[in-house]
Design a protein around this ligand. Structure first.
Ligand code: NDP
Length: 453
């Protein structure tokens, strides 16, 4: 590969791009990388990291109230400063950006500030200069997509929402996916009057039905206003107030209106027109099992290709891609079916494997073990919050094929269960595991009663 300026040129320094660049360099590849925004991509800057920090902030609110039952007296009512949260978040992200920069420098990756454009199968152009590369990796991720409705310019997207100048006392989000339920919960927790508008009859399409219904009830209890089978017809701005006209005839006045209506591959201005790179109907880049596009020297991963749009998935793809092209090519294909995921709505959802609906289609007969309960903490806190746990078992093999939880720290808990599901453990293995008392987690090894077949 010595005839090229680089062995690998990565376009985009997000989770997947940075991991691929660093790992390729550790195999001795000469790596160039271009980024025109922020190091760390969506996850670090306008996704997982700031969202989780804001979710923590929102959880404090109920902790203050709940502490009274445990004997705490807080004196005057706590107040919330949006600018403190926002600015502390900004400082933390700048710290992470610095870490990313140092990681790349220490790995000897040559970093370019600018949008790189593909010129042909072996060349990119960045900041007015042309470089040759044996392989070019597209790792530009996704970008929020907003539907075309009158007043769409008033929508905030998931990039802009983090840095609002003022805290919106009345907040509305359009959509029923991860981002919509998370932000409806966050702003509700921070003290806003929070509305979620979704076109379907129940949000979180694709998740286990019982999980969706339970989450619906819990979010309602916490005070989120849920408007289902409804869309936004138009948005008008009067002064600082947004008038949101809904398809059900209602009109809501809010201080911020957000669209969380999905993301699309971020492929503007990367020079795709200069090469033959086929895309799927949904705009995702078509790849083979070595992450090669229809121009084999051009590779793609992460949110640009089909599959779950999740940081750990992009990281796993990066590791495998590097193994295929710069390593021994021994890494096993990624098992997308057992990727665990959490939704940081309040309470959190943690889920791995099949939903009950999917399992019913896949297996002749299943066993469902499902329980809801009041967590011990809330016996004194006064909170009405309940938790839900659920296991789905293939009756013939006794294998646990799905595990779901709604409740505090569900993501923390489901990660361990994901190992058991990936290892194809049986319900008998779960039953033989001694619980940890007193925890919510012990429910996962003490569910004996079949809820239904
Ligand atoms: P999702 O694809 O999860 O959800 C999009 C939502 O918008 C769906 O409810 C969809 O409805 C709705 N929608 C789509 N088009 C329209 C329209 N024209 N009018 C009204 N509603 C519409 O996207 P998100 O933006 O929530 O998140 C993007 C991805 O980012 C997620 O899929 C996830 O992979 C990732 N993510 C992961 C997180 C985590 O791991 N905790 C957190 C945040 C994001 P319908 O269901 O009817 O199609």
């Amino acid at each position: 590969m010595a005839d090229y300026d680089f062995d690998l040129f990565v376009i985009g320094a997000g989770s997947g791009g940075v991991r691929a660049g660093r790992m390729a360099a550790s195999h001795g590849a000469r790596v160039g990388m271009a980024e025109d925004r922020y190091l760390g991509g969506t996850c670090v800057n306008v996704g997982c990291v700031p969202k989780k920090l804001y979710s923590y902030a929102a959880h404090f609110h109920e902790c203050f109230t709940e502490s009274a039952g445990f004997g705490w007296q807080l004196g005057q009512a706590p107040t919330f400063s949006w600018s403190t949260l926002r600015d502390n978040k900004k400082a933390e992200i700048e710290r992470l950006n610095g870490i990313y920069r140092r990681l790349l420098e220490n790995a000897n990756v040559t970093l370019f500030n600018g949008r790189a454009r593909i010129v042909d199968a072996q060349h990119v152009e960045v900041a007015g200069k042309r470089y040759s590369a044996a392989k070019i990796l597209l790792a530009t991720g996704g970008w929020p997509w907003i539907p075309d409705i009158p007043g769409k310019e008033h929508f905030l997207d998931s990039n802009a929402i983090f840095d609002l100048e003022r805290f919106p006392k009345r907040f509305l989000v359009l959509g029923g996916g991860y981002i919509a339920v998370e932000f409806a919960s966050i702003f509700n927790g921070l003290g806003a009057d929070s509305h979620l508008v979704y076109r379907g009859s129940l949000f979180l399409r694709g998740f286990d039905r019982e999980v969706r219904e339970f989450t619906h009830d819990e979010m309602l209890k916490k005070g989120v206003n849920l408007h289902f089978e409804t869309t936004i017809e138009r948005i008008e701005k009067q002064g600082e107030v947004y008038h949101v006209h809904l398809s059900n005839g209602e009109q809501l006045e809010v201080d911020a209106v957000m669209a969380a209506t999905g993301r699309r591959p971020n492929l503007d201005n990367v020079g795709l027109e200069n090469v033959s790179v086929e895309q799927e109907i949904n705009g995702k880049i078509r790849i083979d099992d070595r992450y090669q596009t229809t121009t084999p020297s051009i590779l793609a991963l992460g949110d640009l290709i089909d599959g779950p749009e999740l940081t750990p998935v992009a990281l796993a793809e990066a590791m495998r891609l590097v193994d295929c092209h710069f390593g021994k090519g021994e890494a096993a294909p990624i098992d997308y079916e057992t990727v665990a995921t959490a939704v940081f709505c309040h309470p959190n959802i943690g889920t791995v494997g099949l939903s009950e609906e999917m399992a019913r289609k896949r297996f002749e007969r299943i066993r469902v073990y499902s329980t809801t309960f009041r967590p011990m903490k809330h016996t004194l806190s006064g909170s009405e919050e309940r938790s839900m746990m659920k296991l789905i078992v293939d009756d013939a093999s006794d294998r646990v094929v799905g595990a779901h939880m709604v409740g505090e720290d569900a993501g923390e808990l489901i990660q361990g269960i994901a190992i058991a599901i990936r290892a194809q453990l049986t319900k008998a293995d779960f039953d033989a595991t001694i619980g940890i008392h007193p925890t919510s987690a012990e429910e996962f090894v003490t569910m004996r009663e079949i809820t239904r077949h």
